[in-house]
Design a protein around this ligand. Structure first.
Ligand code: AMP
Length: 226
């Protein structure tokens, strides 16, 4: 099963993608994580991407799409994947379809995690990420036992440099500019499931798992309204 998670920054895509990946035994592919890895490894891609990321702007499509294509070419995606952070615009959605078509694959289901702006700001400004395993914590909502260390692996926790209020505002504006056309695209393909992600993370996960086990509704029925 090939699943895409859409939603504004702070919707919980990363957290939910990791949990879905665990439950469904599928790899979690996050373009943000892949880009951050390139930045910290000092690769050519990382050097090009860094300033865009620091400003909260999108890294040019060609760079990100090439990176994703290389990731999807790895053998571990043969049973599917959970894609988080891609596509970010219509051009990327079309590129993704083309990449998958060339591999005789397609996206099966797209979850849109709907989240209010106040919740987003609160979540992102308090977010802590593990440098080693990528686990997410929150200073108030999901505090680690030790503020500086990851509960799962003992790795160092850090605050992402783009999780500050100014950059968050740019990221939200960038997101909102592209979101409607992206959602229309998947709605038109009868693949979009709209879920409110303001509340309890377990409830959101369970809802997603339910949809995954049922597959999508028949053509013509909008799963977002079920
Ligand atoms: P994320 O971890 O998904 O919040 O992404 C962090 C940053 O990486 C974004 O603000 C962008 O600068 C960049 N990025 C991640 N995914 C993409 C993408 N699909 N297209 C362009 N830029 C991206």
């Amino acid at each position: 099963m090939r699943i895409v998670l859409l939603g504004p920054p702070g919707a919980g895509k990363g957290t939910q993608a990791k949990r879905l990946a665990y439950e469904l035994e599928l790899p979690h592919i996050s373009t943000g994580d892949l880009l951050r890895q390139n930045v910290s490894d000092g690769t050519d891609l990382g050097k090009l991407a860094k300033s865009f990321m620091e400003r909260g702007e999108l890294v040019p499509d060609t760079l990100v799409t090439r990176m994703l294509e290389a990731r999807i070419a790895l053998g571990d995606v043969k049973n599917g994947f959970i894609l988080d952070g891609y596509p970010r615009n219509l051009a990327q959605a079309r590129d993704l379809d083309n990449i998958l078509r060339s591999l005789s694959m397609e996206i099966n289901i797209v979850f849109y995690l709907d989240t209010s702006t106040s919740v987003i700001i609160q979540r992102l400004t308090g977010r802590l990420v593990c440098k080693t395993c990528g686990a997410n914590f929150h200073i108030k909502n999901m505090p680690p036992k030790n503020t500086l260390l990851c509960d799962n692996c003992g790795g160092k926790l850090y605050q992402r440099s783009d999780d500050n209020e100014d950059t968050i505002k740019t990221r939200l504006a960038v997101y909102q500019k592209e979101a409607a056309s992206l959602m229309d695209y998947y709605k038109g393909k009868n693949k979009l499931v709209n879920l409110s992600a303001d509340g309890n993370a377990d409830a959101v996960l369970n809802k997603m798992l339910e949809y995954c086990s049922q597959g999508l509704s028949p053509k013509g029925t909008d799963p977002a309204t079920r």
